[in-house]
Design a protein around this ligand. Structure first.
Ligand code: 3PG
Length: 307
């Protein structure tokens, strides 16, 4: 009998956990649960006897993998898999999968909410602005970018996207204008929302050269990864552009300086929470469970990301 560990430092909802368990158990799999762990040793101990692992943003390093001699599959219940050492997994022949698209609406709704909250001066009662008629640039037109385009269209925004991997035609369905030059996106759009992964090529790629192109009233939204921003340049942007606002899930490492010097011009979630809705928990968690069942049953590796 196969054994699967659900290891979530930030747990799924109770209802999602029940569904995940019942899917796995119906595939004849024994389920273990490790939630809210505070020490990596708890994870080392929990993975020691499992064949499969379901995680969220939990760091699955080579050390974790080394503590799991029977591990055959890791499913990241979510989109980004920069928290998993793909190479270490590959060297052991462990399949790594994600569950693309399953939590994207939740992230897009968080972005929309942060934009509205910022436009209304964080609901402090003073006169705010509206999003209708403003330009939104979406950098990275994957599942989250597309959900955000749908919402922004509903709000009456003009939406542009930039993505070197997505054909221009993809924008037509969403009433979105494709942009060939990233500088044009930043020059044109008062709002820019980031939806790119953290890769060697994208880490610190959002720098002063780009941000400073943004028009008056610039609002940059980062619900992707903190690492894609050049944080020194972010500070420079706050210093040189009094109109600039930054909304992020989750805070940059220099958050203390920003909080002290630039009140009213930022919002940082206390803990990464873009995907933290019961719907997203259900969707991503049950997709992960179904993928594991079909992997053990038929060898299906459709969502493998470490080929
Ligand atoms: C993702 O990559 O799917 C999101 O960043 C959500 O991450 P989480 O599961 O840790 O909330």
């Amino acid at each position: 009998m196969k054994k699967v560990l659900i290891a979530t430092e930030k747990p799924f909802s109770k209802a999602a956990v029940e569904k995940i368990k019942s899917i796995l158990e119906s595939g004849d799999i024994t389920v273990k649960l490790l939630e809210k762990y505070t020490d990596v040793n708890q994870l080392y101990e929990a993975v020691a006897d499992v064949n499969g692992l379901i995680v969220r943003s939990d760091e699955i390093t080579k050390d974790v993998i080394d503590h799991a001699p029977n591990l055959e599959i890791i499913v990241r219940a979510g989109a980004g898999y920069d928290n998993i050492d793909l190479q270490a997994a590959k060297e052991r022949g462990i399949v790594v999968e994600n569950t693309p698209g399953q939590n994207s609406n939740a992230v897009a709704e968080l972005v929309a909410g942060m934009m509205i909250m910022n436009a209304r001066n964080f609901y402090d009662g003073s006169t705010g602005t509206e999003l209708k008629g403003k330009k939104l640039g979406i950098q990275g037109f994957g599942a989250v970018g597309k959900c955000l385009a749908r919402i922004a269209n509903g709000l009456g925004m003009y939406v542009h996207f930039y993505d070197i991997f997505v054909p221009f035609e993809a924008g037509y369905e969403y009433n979105v204008f494709p942009v060939e030059d990233i500088k044009y996106l930043y020059k044109t759009c008062q709002y820019v929302s980031l939806h790119i992964p953290a890769l060697p090529s994208t880490i610190k790629s959002i720098n002063y050269d780009l941000m400073s192109l943004m028009p008056q009233g610039a609002v940059l939204i980062n619900s992707a990864r903190a690492e894609i921003i050049d944080e020194d340049d972010l500070l420079k942007m706050f210093e040189t552009r009094p109109d600039f606002h930054y909304l992020a899930d989750v805070a940059p490492s220099n958050k203390a300086v920003i909080e002290e010097k630039f009140p009213g011009r930022f919002f940082f979630t206390p803990k990464k929470c873009g995907a933290q809705t019961s719907e997203a928990n259900n969707n991503a968690g049950t997709a992960a469970a179904n993928q594991i069942v079909s992997f053990f049953l038929t060898g299906d590796k459709k969502y493998q990301v470490n080929k």
